[in-house]
Design a protein around this ligand. Structure first.
Ligand code: GTR
Length: 419
């Protein structure tokens, strides 16, 4: 008996770990769950005023830091910016294109990130869409002047990366995904950088990328990679605030998938981002964890142990114990406009769970005098809705497509141009 007990003690976790993960894609199998109320303090007191919410907001942000993404450090280093290339003849002569090396320097260490910007030629300051890219700045344009990143990169045959290095082969292949031409035509700038320059996306023990700027003792609440990417977006925001061409009161932070998780956390942590856009961000992003539909907390922690605070793995197969759920991440963005987009076939990211997060953030938007999500039911495929919270489920699968960008520009027009 005792030996059976011992055997199961040692081998059961191994068994659970090595078993193929079977995602649930059956709505009828979604367990019953109870979402934590964003409008009740942890001590049980109700939130009735905007002032109460400010305090509750901090409480919720602390919980996300501690339990999910990890605590990012305060930036007390030195930042330097150097324009490494520029032209005023981009996008058919309609835009200025610049690539800027931003150096983050602290305690004798330096991390260089490269920001690619397209800005409309205009006498006015332009609103900007800022987002991290997956395969390097050069994938946004055929222009040879744009640098090929020398940072570690995931191998991908289509985008020309092998042996963890990017190559010329990827040049221009992601241009349409970013809607650069449409942005410029509509008066918006695009700013992007390769996410691996902030933190290479592998489980490296946190001794490279921006983590290395801080020689800290790590604990189970220390920042993971998603938090590092989000923190980097704030460093870019520091720079955008210094530019005359940019309207820094209208910067939308956007991201796809893991970078959508980073965009949401950046928006939640830094209120300078006036608009937040989550494209197919899924588990650990906009999707409710308690639904356990598609990717789950356990699966994401096992597959990507470096993305979140170590503490998050406490909730693997244990979602009901989470003191928050992802609707509260959306609530942290209130009253700012936020857009959540899903792909119909991207079931791994749980489109319905992404919609519900927005819907369950409504009480906070409403407390602050807004509407939030303007519908109660998930809209039909390819029928975007745009309130303070926007949502669409696009036909097709996982990806950030021109259709998605088109909606984001419409959403920005609605919030930024009608006034
Ligand atoms: C998947 C991961 C998702 C999503 C995606 C991506 O493998 O399970 O959470 O982030 O990667 O970033 O493309």
């Amino acid at each position: 008996m005792r030996s059976i007990y011992l055997l199961s003690f040692f081998f059961l976790p191994l068994l659970v770990f090595s078993q193929e993960f079977e995602p649930n894609y059956d709505e009828a199998e979604v367990p019953e769950y109870h979402l934590p109320d964003p409008l009740i303090f942890d001590n049980g007191q109700a939130i009735n005023t905007a002032e109460d919410w400010e305090r509750r907001r901090l409480e919720i942000h602390d919980i996300f830091e501690r339990e999910v993404y990890g605590k990012s450090p305060h930036w007390d280093g030195e930042s330097r910016a150097e324009v490494i290339s520029s032209t005023d003849n981009a996008v058919g002569g309609m835009a200025i294109r610049k690539e800027v090396k931003l150096s983050l320097i602290r305690q004798g260490k330096q991390v260089d990130i490269y920001l690619l910007m397209y800005l409309p030629k205009s006498n006015l300051r332009s609103p900007v869409f800022l987002g991290l890219n997956f395969y390097g700045n050069h994938t946004l344009s055929e222009d040879q002047a744009i640098r090929v990143t020398d940072a570690w990169i995931r191998n991908n045959e289509t985008y020309g990366s092998s042996e963890n290095r990017a190559s010329e082969k990827g040049r221009g292949l992601r241009r349409d995904n970013w809607g650069v031409e449409e942005a410029i035509n509509r008066g918006y700038g695009i700013a992007t950088l390769y996410y691996g320059e902030l933190d290479p996306d592998f489980d490296d023990g946190f001794d490279n990328g921006v983590h290395a700027l801080y020689q800290e003792e790590r604990d189970e609440n220390s920042w993971g990679a998603v938090a590092a990417w989000a923190w980097g977006l704030s460093r870019v925001m520091d720079y955008l605030e210094t530019l005359e061409e940019v309207d820094a009161t209208k910067v939308a932070v956007l991201g796809h998938s893991r970078l959508g998780k980073a965009a949401l956390w950046a928006g939640a942590s830094d209120s300078r981002f006036a608009m937040v856009i989550s494209n197919n961000s899924g588990c650990g992003g906009a999707a409710l964890s308690r639904r356990r539909y598609g990717e789950t907390v356990g699966r994401i922690n096992r597959a990507f142990p470096h993305w979140f605070a170590k503490r998050f793995s406490h909730y693997s197969e244990n979602e009901d114990e989470l003191p928050i759920d992802q609707h509260q991440l959306i609530a942290l963005l209130a009253p700012r406009p936020v857009y959540i987009a899903s792909g119909e076939e991207d079931r791994w990211a749980d489109p319905r769970g992404e919609f519900l997060s927005g819907l369950h953030a409504n009480p906070v938007y409403q407390l602050l005098g807004k509407t939030g999500m303007p519908v109660n039911e998930q809209p039909a495929v390819d029928q975007p809705i745009m309130g303070d919270i926007g949502y669409h489920v696009r036909s097709g699968g996982h990806g950030m497509l021109p259709y998605d960008m088109h909606q984001y520009f419409n959403f920005a027009d609605k919030h930024w141009k009608s006034k």
